[in-house]
Write a protein that binds this ligand. Structure first.
Ligand SMILES: Nc1ncnc2c1ncn2[C@@H]1O[C@H](COP(=O)(O)OP(=O)(O)OP(=O)(O)O)[C@@H](O)[C@H]1O
Length: 266
């Protein structure tokens, strides 16, 4: 079925010297506009490789990524990425880090409109109080907020999140997950997020894509998360459906796709 974003028969083989490793094989995924997809799978299975191919940072060996009717071949502002280790420019302030993206993408806006847009996006992630701070002067969670504001300010067709909360403590992580859910509710972004966190995947996603172990990893199962939004983490803790989804993902990861190393050492 043709959707907003189609990943069609994507495979990827890395070749270093005479060594070739088939990392991904036959990845097929159709994402609807406004859908929140999580990709989960054991370390090294190829999640980031999938995201990098969608971002246009890496070519697939075969297959194609079609976004809104156009094949992706290069990186572009229609796909903005947020990494685990916030990639802010350390010599620029919070404001300037967002402004640099806005200036690049929104050439049609005048100076006043650009300024308002930078402030609006930083306000959305509650960072208006720290516009003049340097990245070294703010916490990890705040840096991640700025990274999210910068990505949102580009109004991408797809927001690509590579373990965006992975480096944060549990409490900051929970706050930021709630913020992303709120923003997602308002803006209806199309999101693909990599995570290792089962609760995070169930809480945030419309569908969870579970990848088999590599090499030659592919999509093993896709789980639909049929929980009403807005979602409340405390209320969901007692929700039987939520717990069934959680168990389905855990079962996939730790029974069906048990890591060989884990099995040997267990
Ligand atoms: N540029 C590259 N050249 C060669 N091999 C690579 C390259 N990038 C990734 N790989 C290999 O491809 C496989 C998948 O890597 P990838 O980073 O996509 O996995 P991942 O599932 O995102 O891992 P993690 O969860 O640990 O971040 C790994 O075996 C990795 O070593």
């Amino acid at each position: 079925m043709s959707r907003y974003l189609n990943i069609e028969k994507v495979s990827k083989t890395f070749t270093t010297g005479k060594m070739s490793t088939e990392v991904l094989v036959d990845i097929n995924l159709s994402v609807a506009r406004g859908e929140y997809i999580s990709i989960i799978g054991h370390s090294g299975c190829g999640k980031s490789t999938v995201l990098n191919i969608v971002a246009g940072l890496m070519d697939s060996t075969s297959g194609a990524v079609i976004l809104d009717g156009k094949e992706v071949s290069d990186p572009g502002p229609d796909r903005s990425m947020v990494f685990q280790n916030h990639s802010l420019l350390p010599w620029l302030t919070v404001y300037q880090n967002v402004a640099i993206a806005v200036n690049k993408v929104w050439r049609s806006k005048n100076a006043k409109e650009k300024d308002e847009w930078v402030r609006h996006n930083l306000n959305m992630v509650h960072m208006s109080h720290a516009l003049d701070k340097l990245p070294s002067e703010i916490s990890g969670g705040m840096k991640q907020r700025v990274g999210i504001a910068r990505a949102l300010a580009m109004e991408p067709k797809v927001l690509l999140l590579d373990e965006p909360f992975g480096a944060l403590d549990a409490l900051t992580r929970a706050h930021l997950q709630d913020e992303v859910m709120r923003i997602q509710n308002d803006l209806k972004n199309t999101v693909i997020m990599i995570t290792h966190d089962v609760d995070e995947a169930v809480l945030l996603s419309d569908r969870i894509v579970m990848m088999t172990n590599g090499p030659s990893a592919t999509i093993g199962e896709i789980l639909d998360i049929d929980l009403p939004r807005p979602r409340d983490r405390i209320a969901l803790a007692d929700n039987p459906k939520y717990n069934q989804y959680r168990q389905a993902v855990l079962r996939f990861l730790y029974e069906k796709q048990r890591k060989v190393e884990a099995a040997v050492s267990a």
